[in-house]
Design a protein around this ligand. Structure first.
Ligand SMILES: NC(=O)c1ccc[n+]([C@@H]2O[C@H](COP(=O)([O-])OP(=O)(O)OC[C@H]3O[C@@H](n4cnc5c(N)ncnc54)[C@H](O)[C@@H]3O)[C@@H](O)[C@H]2O)c1
Length: 324
């Protein structure tokens, strides 16, 4: 099948592409390289540089490259930046997605796999199911939830349209064989930043908030290996191809680790010790978010293969050392 991957030069998109190619699909990527990298793409994909709502590029995807399904990863993803620059987030994540969907509808390209996020949820002391209350606290999460609402509403007016929305939890790690990983140096994620700190690439590594109502006072998150997230996309496509109805799925391991536990793991495997500073809470950070993953396992047949914090941290650290 011919598949359009928006944001394919980014972290999760580039890992997913490798699995799609292994499964015999043909891939067209639209990416503006704002946080993505041309070198993250395998040679055998068609690369169109520009914005994912550009009608000329989309026309090429549907016409010349006969795309039938869209994996929509492209977005701005930094929660802290979204609080300072909300227009950027509502425009890039919501308005452009609206234009992409309008263009897809015009050409009746009716299969979508959408990258959503655990940021749509209100915090919870127990693992959240897909039905748990939604209350995103920042423009990033809000823009993603708005996309979900739009996608759900299209369902009613567009008979050929079916989608899955995957709400990933905290995506981390790199290809275990060292062939791919997260390149963007300003990526804000804990495991990326702590591996940069472990290698002396950054000096200001900080834990935000030590007074949360958790066992060690730091936030708890569900860290899911990027290859398992990529496998969830392949499972989503099979599900849609087999006629599965549109649905939304959590993508996480149903296992939480505190920020302190992750940092201790990184210190344990790191070749050198690194300084950790402590700062105040960041407003809007929920104390705990863990996925209930029953639905993705039972309905998509997702079988996680890399559910091991040490392996996740080690693969990220090895990758970080490799890219210098
Ligand atoms: N990384 C995580 O932990 C995480 C968690 C939940 C959800 N997500 C979602 O997963 C998706 C991918 O995230 P990622 O971690 O790979 O981020 P990333 O920044 O590595 O990838 C995003 C890609 O989109 C591209 N892009 C951004 N705006 C674009 C535009 N207007 N036109 C074309 N390309 C554009 C960037 O250049 C980049 O290659 C995002 O939608 C994000 O919201 C990520």
């Amino acid at each position: 099948m011919n598949i359009l991957v928006t944001g394919g030069a980014g972290y999760i998109g580039s890992h997913t592409i490798r699995i799609l190619l292994e499964q015999g699909h043909k891939v067209v990527v639209i990416d503006d390289l704002s946080t993505g990298y041309r070198e993250a793409l395998p040679d055998d994909v068609v690369f169109l540089q520009g914005s994912f709502d550009d009608p000329t590029l989309l026309g090429l995807a549907w016409g010349e490259y006969k795309v039938e399904a869209v994996f929509h990863f492209a977005a701005s993803i930094n929660v802290e930046e979204s609080k300072r620059q909300p227009f950027k987030y509502f425009e890039n994540n919501f308005l452009r997605t609206m234009r992409l969907l309008e263009n897809m509808q015009k050409h009746d390209i009716g299969k979508l796999i959408f990258s959503s996020t655990s940021c749509v949820y209100l915090e919870s002391e127990t693992p959240v199911t897909e039905e748990a209350p939604k209350l995103p606290h920042n423009p990033y999460g809000q823009s993603k939830l708005m996309c979900e609402w739009l996608i759900q509403s299209l369902q009613k007016s567009w008979p050929n349209f079916r989608y899955t929305a995957l709400r990933y939890f905290n995506v981390a790690g790199a290809e275990p064989d060292g062939s791919n990983g997260q390149i963007y140096p300003q990526a804000p994620h804990l495991i990326k930043r702590s591996s940069q700190a472990a290698l002396g690439k950054i000096a200001d590594f900080k834990i935000y908030g030590t007074d949360y109502n958790t066992a060690d006072g730091t936030c708890i998150r569900d860290y899911v290996h990027v290859k398992d997230v990529a496998l969830a996309h392949a499972a989503s496509l099979n599900y849609l191809l087999q006629g599965g109805p549109s649905d939304t799925f959590n993508c996480g391991y149903k296992k939480g680790f505190s920020v302190r536990e992750v940092v201790e793991m990184m210190q344990e495997i790191s070749p050198r010790q690194f300084d950790v500073r402590f700062g105040p809470r960041r407003p809007g950070d929920p104390s705990q978010l863990i996925a209930d993953n029953q639905k993705i396992i039972s309905k998509l047949g997702w079988i996680p293969q890399y559910n091991d914090l040490k392996m996740i941290c080690k693969s990220a650290l090895d990758w970080e050392a490799k890219i210098h």
